[in-house]
Design a protein around this ligand. Structure first.
Ligand code: 13P
Length: 601
């Protein structure tokens, strides 16, 4: 495609400053100052490099994607894989000063208005870059050109706070790239791609991305690479999903020395897809026969309640010691495939000096993370939904970097005369699906946990009825959100009469009812099902687990993912006193053995 880029060119000069203090003058407050003479001989930079920024970035990306792109009015070419000035170009300078991980900019305020020059050749697209100083005059010239060249279309890249002069772009652009989020009162043109510091969003598709700032690319350079990559790939008629993925790979692999060619990006994408495919293998590993998943992910509030009943001091050291009893139990890997952690625990150290994530990984146990942020009431209602979608993609990316490979999100439903309502079921199912999708996009296996709480005065039939409705709504929403079921695990309550109901269900009844509901409401392609213990006694949970399995065969693997039913005896044995660690581990191991034995049928 023939693309005319409208924008300004900057020369970005990156100066990595020498961090040795003797190059700085220190004032009385101890602040290091730098006598900055730009002649280069007075001062030793660690490294000095420069690139053409602004519209030159768009030029480079588009050309590397195989389009014939030029910058209006600038004699700047793209030759042999490099941006080359054909002539002395009038580029504004920006200095980017880097010291350690800190970056500061020295830019001048006199942004130039962008001049328009009518092109000599036919133009398929005009791309108005972020760097353009859009004036009414420029808009008039472009409109004038469009009136003569009816097949030419316009794409524009603007910041979320549109200037008055930029507003007409909303009418003439068929594709808009926005740095930030377009306000809702603004009329949206055909397709809008919003780029934030961690996400690229176009329509229904969200792609996360991250670049370490120490890679020395300015924020505006990274955003320009993304916008130009999405634009370039969409011009080939490729899907939005593919375009956003390639943009992510381009920005994450580019450096000051250049962006990535389309051919290379396609190879990177292939590897990336292979990794993505791997999450079904992670799900399968989590469900590997004969073992379960330990839930040790109690939030701050939940662990506080647990400690309080035994008068255990709830401070960070005690929480670490307690988690260390469970995670550090010798041979834990014989009984569990994975452990679900709470955020705080991921940063705490095991006895061998590694953090718990590294410790588990080294022992062949997959570390997972609770990512929901607890329950809140719906407005004007006693029913609850689960919070935590804000910033979730970013958190998931960070957790992936930390080595966590699966996640958990719990929604809770109480059975009373008038709950759960259809509204609460649907809303929570929608949220669970959004969470699951975000996990898979971050290469993390989601465990979706819609829990019918055991507390309550209801019959086993009521529990069966409510559980089926919830499962139907959940799988409906998961399918709408295109969540891959082979890379998704269901964490479910057993079907039984409520704790306050006078006649408690027998293990035989629980086994039959639970198996029946799962077989009729859970799609066969799901990676697996795990049970929560929900406040049953430790023996009851183990016995009921075994009873369910006696009602097999099932199309999916089934196992346990208990918190209380695995942990309680250990917590009571420990009592907050590290003299009791061995006793606590013996008690814990007893539950691990009993529950893995219960899996044998
Ligand atoms: P319980 O087994 O104690 O119900 O906890 C499981 C769990 O992870 C709840 O989210």
């Amino acid at each position: 495609m023939n693309v005319l880029i409208v924008g300004n060119i900057f020369k970005d000069v990156y100066l990595r400053l020498d961090e040795r203090l003797n190059n700085f003058e220190i004032d009385e407050q101890g602040t290091p100052w730098l006598d900055f003479a730009f002649n280069g001989s007075n001062y030793n930079f660690f490294r000095r490099s420069s690139i053409y920024g602004g519209a030159a970035i768009a030029l480079e990306v588009m050309n590397r994607f195989g389009h014939d792109a030029h910058i209006a009015g600038a004699r700047l070419g793209f030759v042999g894989g490099e941006v080359i000035p054909n002539d002395q170009i009038a580029a504004g300078y920006r200095y980017i000063l880097c010291r350690g991980n800190k970056i500061a900019y020295l830019t001048s305020n006199d942004r130039k208005d962008t001049v328009w020059a009518n092109p000599n050749e036919a133009i398929d697209w005009i791309y108005i870059d972020h760097s353009a100083g859009v004036t009414p005059e420029l808009i008039r010239e472009i409109k004038n050109f469009l009136s003569m060249s009816s097949h030419t279309r316009v794409a524009a890249y603007v910041s979320e706070n549109l200037t008055e002069a930029e507003k007409p772009l909303l009418d003439i652009a068929s594709m808009l790239f926005v740095d930030g989020k377009l306000s809702h009162d603004i009329k949206r043109p055909g397709s809008v791609c919003e780029i934030s510091d961690s996400e690229i969003v176009l329509g229904e598709v969200t792609q996360t991305w991250r670049v370490e700032r120490t890679d020395l690319m300015t924020r505006s350079t990274t955003h320009s690479i993304i916008a130009a990559s999405v634009f370039s790939y969409l011009l080939y008629g490729k899907s939005v999903r593919e375009a956003l993925k390639l943009a992510k790979l381009n920005v994450e692999n580019s450096s000051l020395s250049g962006t990535i060619s389309l051919e290379k990006l396609k190879n990177l994408a292939k590897n990336y897809d292979d990794v993505e495919a791997d999450i079904s293998l992670v799900a399968a590993q989590l469900m590997a026969t004969g073992k379960g998943i330990l839930a040790a992910d109690e939030s701050g509030g939940s662990i506080h309640k647990k400690f309080e009943q035994l008068n255990i001091l709830d401070d960070e050291a005690h929480r670490r010691d307690y988690r260390n009893i469970l995670i550090g139990t010798p041979e834990l890997e014989r009984y569990v495939n994975g452990v679900i952690l709470f955020d705080e625990t991921t940063r705490q150290m095991s006895d061998d000096g590694r953090d718990f994530v590294a410790y588990l990984t080294a022992h062949g146990i997959i570390p997972g993370i609770k990512v929901d942020q607890g329950l809140v009431n719906f407005a004007d209602s006693n029913e609850k939904y689960t919070e935590g979608l804000d910033g979730l993609s970013k958190r998931l990316d960070d957790y992936y970097q930390q080595g966590l490979r699966f996640a958990k999100w719990r929604a809770a439903f109480e059975i009373t005369n008038d709950t759960p309502s259809e509204m609460a079921i649907t809303k929570n199912a929608e949220i669970l699906a959004k969470y699951a999708k975000a996990c898979q996009q971050a290469n993390i296996v989601p465990i979706v946990e819609p829990e019918v709480v055991y507390d309550g005065n209801y019959t086993i039939e009521q529990c069966a009825d409510v559980t089926s409705k919830i499962l139907d709504a959940l799988f409906d929403e998961l399918s709408k959100a295109n969540v891959r079921l082979d890379s998704c695990i269901l964490k479910c309550n057993m079907v039984l009469a409520g704790k306050q109901y006078p006649i408690q269900s027998t293990a035989e009844e629980v086994g039959r009812a639970t198996a029946n509901i799962l077989k009729t409401h859970v799609p066969e392609t799901l990676a697996g099902i795990v049970f929560l213990s929900g406040g049953q006694t430790v023996e009851q949970a183990t016995e009921n687990l075994h009873a369910v399995l006696l009602n097999g065969p099932f199309p999916w693997p089934i196992t346990f993912s208990f918190a209380r039913a695995l942990q309680d005896p250990a917590l009571f044995a420990w009592k907050g006193d590290n003299e009791n660690i061995d006793k606590a581990r013996v008690a814990f191991k007893e539950r691990l053995i009993a529950n893995t034995d219960a899996l044998k049928v």
